[in-house]
Write a new protein. Sequence first.
Lengths: 491, 236
Amino acid sequence: MTARTQFDADIDTALADAPLQRALADVPAGFVAGRRRAREELLEFEPLRRVARDIRDHALAHLDLYLEAFESNATKAGSRVHWAASGDDACRIVLDICRAAGARTITKSKSMVSEEIELRERLQDAEFDVVETDLGEYLVQIRNEKPSHIIAPAIHMRAEDVADVFRRQHGHLAPDRKLDTPEEMIAEARGILRDKFLSADVGITGANFLVAESGSAIIVTNEGNADLTMSLPKVHVILTSIDKVVPTFSDAWPLLRLLARSATGQAFTAYTTIVTGPRRPDDPDGPEQCHIILLDNGRTELLASEMRPVLRCIRCGACMNHCPVYCSIGGHAYNSVYPGPIGAALSPALAGAEQAAHLAEASTFCGRCEQVCPVEIPLVSVMRQWRSLALEQPRSRRARVMLHTWARLAQHPRIYRWCAGIAARSLKWLAGSGARIRRLPFLHAWTDYRDLAAPQGGTFQQQWAQREHKRAQRDRADVSAARARKSDSVP
Amino acid sequence: MSHRLRILSRIRKALDAPAMPSETARAEAVAERIAHPPQHWPLRSIQTADPEGAAQLTLIGRFKAQLARLGADVIEVGSVAEIPAALANYVAANVADDAAGLARIRMGSDAFLAALPWSSTSGLEIAAGMAEAADVIGVSRAIAGVAETGTLLLVSGAENPVTLGYLPETHIVVLETGAIVASYEEAMQSMLAATGGRMPRTVNLITGASRTGDIGGKIVMGAHGPRRVAVVLWSA
């Protein structure tokens, strides 16, 4: 099965998955309404998006220089900077650090870069005890799943799924304990993860931003798990990618103002931590070593392409929260680390076009993702570019014939108009007296999950022609009325 | 070729275009940006529209309104001398203490906190140093408060060990009202003034208690860090 046919099959599964559909139904009331409120509260939200876009573009246009400045300042602060061209290289660097530290237990806070390079799996293969400490990531880990959203990894799970997996996985706890409310489950997870925090030898976090002027990393969480991950073990590893660098703190604040508002609708994330190097001589707590890994993994290719604006992304997830396709199928169906519109734009560059270029087809091109993106990434045009590239890939005979037929039609206006007329009349006939068609013959995939609106009036081109005709008549009437007034006023 | 060189040369190749400014011009742009960071409009004028008119209030009023939204408690005291008693009252009313009726608080070596008249208050036992697993209450002093979002700015070090704000279930933060500023930008300036321009190991911006929405989409406090954050506000 190719990645494309797998995608088609996974979409069908997701649409028929009733619990998933119920979980996804909450997205509009949660993240979408939250962002709307947060946006209304910040008078300068829209101008700030343009400021943020320009900051990211400036940083990307001088990426080599800011990375060098970051490296130099981070090194002065006592951090060790590592460069990794591929995911495999980054994993090897982390493995070496963990082995050198004689580590057994490793805590991890949520990092999409680590998902991208499958770091947890690599560390587990090397017999390390690795535990995700972001609650959502922990749930995904103990259920042997992948995250289905970049900021809410367990958004596909219901509370009862969590209670189930806790009873199965936390076998040492009393079997008759109460796990009826989110509070009870969170208290249980807190206890289990607290032991891991206290016994960890290495803590791995991501970074939301790197600040060139001071060699600092900025890390945000709502749970405070990144702070416990980095403060308690002897070694802190910051795994991040080369696109995260911004010039100065002045450049970071506008991005942070937009990040939480766009992501969860909070004005600011509960914990925003600026890390500059390891423990100082007079510090009672904090790690003795601070390693920063800068990963490329396909980003320099994006930088060289017309799709460079994708690298502006600050990973807020607003594009997927507002995407009608994501909200219908959830994150797993994409079978990609980054789902939704940003996934369709980014994943083909990271995982290879043959693996992921078809994701761009999972878009209605409605453009809501672009409207909410805090850094104004032109997601629709990027997805369109991936669609053109995907055309070069092998397709089924049926898809080839249909695309070929469509291309011929579109190039012959008279035949196109004739066919469109027939189609509009047949659809109207199918709809009968109703305004919607519940089931289309031959194309039932279209109507399995939604109705098709029946055409009102003629074809689009006929209606357009009528409109233009009426406007021309009105204009002529206006001109003659004006002439009449002018002649009246002549003495 | 090392990974470093390979990545940097790939970036340079990617950025190399006919319309590209010269290497010197790019280096100058970067040096200038770092030497004189831009003041992005509207950094200083940033205000949040608030239906209750909080934006019209003073900095302190806005700061308190934001803390209330976050579910954080505010303990206002008239003078420095009142801080220990106010803190003891808060602990007695809000934190379940041990059988001896003695609540143990943990704090660092902060000179301001150490100089408070603790002996005037009974019912509090004070432990010094970084937080330990069994600690229930951590007390820290913040360098600044940000009115924009009710954010507290703390720095790492022996004075206020970072773990105090993350391991105990209750975190009490002492802040002078004069240290409340409008924006993160100004709070960073206060911080650098306090440390003599040196970046501490961590700057911790804390906005309410630890929280998660990962189970059933419901926001629950106390995911890993404190369930409860209280701010003791005092005026000189």
